[in-house]
Write a protein that binds this ligand. Sequence first.
Ligand code: ADP
Ligand code: MG
Length: 722
Amino acid sequence: MKRNKQSIAAERNYTVERQKNEPVSSYFGELTFNRKVMRDKLPKDIYTKLVAAIDEGETLDLNTANAVAHAMKEWAIDNGATHFAHWFQPMTGSTASKHDAFVEPVDDGRVVERFSGSQLVQGEPDASSFPSGGIRATFEARGYTGWDISSPVFLKKTGIGTTLYIPTAFISYTGEALDEKTPLLRSNRAVNKSALRILKLLGNTASRKVYSTCGPEQEYFLIDKDFFYKRQDLTLAGRTLIGAPPAKGQELEDQYFGSIKERVLSYMHEVEEKLYQLGYPAKTRHNEVAPSQFEIAPIFEEANVAADHNQLLMDTLRSVAKHHNFAALLHEKPFAGINGSGKHLNWSLSTNDGINLLNPGDTPHENIQFLAFLISTIRAVYYNADILRASVAHSGNDHRLGANEAPPAIISVFLGEQLTKILQDIENGAISAATDKAIIDLGIAAVPLLNKDNTDRNRTSPFAFTGNKFEFRAVGSSQSIAWPATVLNTIVAESLDIIADKIEAKGGDIKTALIDVIKDEIKELKKVLFNGDNYTEEWQQEAAKRKLPNAKTTPEALKALESSKAFDLFEKYEVLSKVELKSRHTISLEKYITEIKIEIKALRNIVDTQIIPAGLKYQKEIAKSLAAAGGVIKNSPFLDAQKELLEKISGLVGGLIAGTRDLGKLYDEGSAIEDEQAQGEFFCSKAKSKMDEIRKLADELEYYVDDDLWEIPKFWEMLFIS
Ligand code: ADP
Ligand code: MG
């Protein structure tokens, strides 16, 4: 590509103004209707009722809702808002909203701003074109949005517009979940109930509520905006479909945690300013392994709020990028051959009185509690590894899982040596509560110390215990954390119940009973434990021996959602009915097929209209040059070499012409398959391997063709000019 003067100039002349000069603490959450604003703006009795509704799940009566809506409107208008919007998360993976103006006409031709309690609490977007996986066809055409009071209302500033955003759940009129939030809220309820039950059994009667906590670490790439829009594949499919690896990749390891470039840091700063205003607790930022790859992570929050916040984060990463002439890429694998992006989902359970239930404590009592939650989580993952795998299955993540940079598609649990040893000792009878309380005490109390030491970190495990939480690393960078968090909450809720049942069945001293249950369970559960290198071939073989599921592709992985085990689980815990789960399976499969079809069309278009023409032009130049030279020089070995080059080019171009023609046929053949599972599998195997073949030819051609004729930005340009 002709070096883009504009983008390089953009970097040279790059300056941005800092928006906020005061300390973060003075503006954190200023765009949210938070407790301070509530206290300031609401009458005392209304404030008390609202807080009770938020904290204790009490229902809001209409009078209270009206008073809250009034205060919210005043506050929003004072801050420049003209519209309000119910903000929801349909199963498209992103968020949606429809804006309504506050104004309403009055008699004399003027307008006034109005916002009622019922407008706050319930909305009815004309949302018939969001995916429902057949639910709305079966039941009722409309869907409605209901205010989720557990997630803060906020003001969103876009350009010169300001809108009041109300986080909502999106449900069909017959009550089926049509979104990501509803099941997450239901799974929180389920895990709360099961966790409280086991806590009570273990003698904790003080805690009144248990909720899951999430801290998602978000990886992303930044490239020059100009390059982004010159590539149809990035613009339409989010990833490059062709492009040869650059001469320098990540092998020098000079990027990870390296010093952050000026333009990038300014970008990060603006992202954080915006997020702090929205109450998003941004904590860490750094360069990631690949060139032009970065990470941002928050302080963990309650799962539902964390899920909303992660959506706001992704939104902010994308929108702020434009101010800095960047495009933010959230796809799992924007560049073949270069490290991909994930979203490590740190997950734990916490009580309302501040106990992290996966934190090994200092007292025997806390350790017993910890052991119960630990074994329940391990149990949940072992018996539901397939469902957990399905929760991260989508076309982008297929390029990542198992590609020797991210965890494999096999879901195993890393505990570290010391915890593994404790479980082994329990299995072998070396630790028993009745005989030696002190051993459990000492053994586990040492764990957090050990885990603080990074040498014990296993970066290759998909599900790793990291001292006081689990880190689910197979989540894709572009996906909402809501669904994986929902699955985790639900499977752990079930496991907690099963462990509680078993403890109860043993009777007697509670500690002895728990240790005995662990002893019984671990014999089977240890199959899911693996502390070694998950990237190796040996682990693939070992996991097969242990009969751990290893679904390598999305169509294969999604099958887990259609099992009677999954139907029973989600139904029993009232997270998703059979119809709802089925719809989720259908939507995921359809999305997978659609995404691959978009990739196929984009690839064909790029190859037919950009790559083949470049190849032909270059071929013509060589041919002309050869003909001219042949008139002067006869029988030279140098001319023979040039002829070979010509043959090479024409061979590659010919291969590409045949390749896109074949791909077109496969597209039609696949599209004609009626059964969606079969269609998904067809595109996954046949079409994708044809795409890989085409990519190989195009990437080889890129090495030969005159750079001036190659219009498509190359990897080295995108990854190293920033
Ligand atoms: P790491 O060593 O993996 O970088 P950090 O302590 O920096 O770990 O945490 C990574 C993420 O995990 C952060 O977003 C953090 O807030 C989150 N995290 C920490 N504790 C918990 C918890 N109890 N529950 C959920 N997430 C947590
Ligand atoms: Mg981490």
